[in-house]
Design a protein around this ligand. Structure first.
Ligand code: BMP
Length: 260
């Protein structure tokens, strides 16, 4: 299933404000590369962000794996993000009832709603989970990304569950900016951003169930919008050089689509 609209056109039809912002950012910066900065030391993440910031549209964090976390980390990351013009994505994978996710989003050590431009949500608890985000999302015009499919072996986000996640996204477009998925399906409308993890050039998987595809395959054959690359970049001896390669591969794959 092809989307035949360019990112700048999709920015105009997106409903969630962060979806519009991200489509426009990709179109103007000419990058659909997101990097998963899965490092456990705050200075290592900041160094990575500084070195690859010019190449990416989004930097994805797992804030709860950082061993020396404190609030100075957030302000330092925000400064790098505004200098290099990328958005911050906290991959929290919220999955509880609405009342609990509201606390997890707004409170606790991380106060995610204050700084994350987008966060991931599992729909397993049902669509009322979205109610728990409504207040927090308003703070910065942020967006939710629903997990419609996963990259890992044996994933249970398949079939009818995937269809239900797409429906949940389509029914809540003010809050939901996009989907985490492995392919574009017909029901995934053009106003949603489709982001795909499990991308690496030189590996087909790891020992813990991860499965990899190439940027070209994901963007061109599977027709999603953004690749998310973690170890393929941050574990390389030259992350910047490698990020430039992933950026070129995923952008060229996007540009090679047939737009009308
Ligand atoms: P890596 O490229 O190193 O395998 O990292 C992939 C990143 O994407 C990890 O941060 C992981 O938590 C995330 N992710 C994933 O791999 N598959 C999914 O289906 C959803 C994810 O968020």
């Amino acid at each position: 299933v092809a989307s035949n609209k360019r990112f700048e056109e999709r920015a105009k039809i997106a409903v969630n404000p962060m979806a519009t912002k991200l489509f426009n950012l990709m179109a103007s910066k000419k990058t659909n590369l997101a990097v998963a900065a899965d490092l456990t030391n705050k200075q290592e993440i900041l160094n990575l962000a500084e070195s690859i910031g010019s190449e990416i549209c989004v930097l994805k964090t797992h804030i709860d794996i950082i061993e020396d976390y404190d609030q100075t980390f957030i302000s330092a990351l925000e400064a790098i993000a505004s200098k290099h013009n990328f958005l911050i994505f906290e991959d929290r994978k919220f999955a509880d009832i609405g009342n609990t996710v509201k606390y997890q989003f707004e409170n606790g050590v991380y106060q995610i709603s204050k700084w994350a431009h987008m966060v991931t949500v599992h729909g397993v608890a049902g669509s009322a989970i979205i109610e728990g985000f409504k207040d927090g999302l308003k703070q910065n015009g942020s967006g939710l990304l629903l997990l419609a499919q996963m990259s890992s072996k044996g994933s249970m986000c398949v079939g009818e569950y995937t269809n239900q996640m797409i429906e949940m996204a389509n029914n809540n477009k003010e809050q939901v900016m996009g989907l985490i998925c492995q392919e574009r399906l017909q029901s995934m409308t053009d106003n949603l951003v489709l982001m795909t993890p499990g991308v690496q050039f030189n590996s087909t998987g790891d020992k813990m169930g991860q499965q990899y595809n190439t940027p070209e395959y994901i963007i061109k054959e599977k027709n999603t919008d953004i690749i998310i690359v973690g170890r393929g970049i941050y574990q390389n001896s030259q992350p910047k050089t490698e990020a430039i390669k992933y950026r070129a591969a995923s952008w060229n794959a996007y540009e090679s689509k047939n737009f009308n």
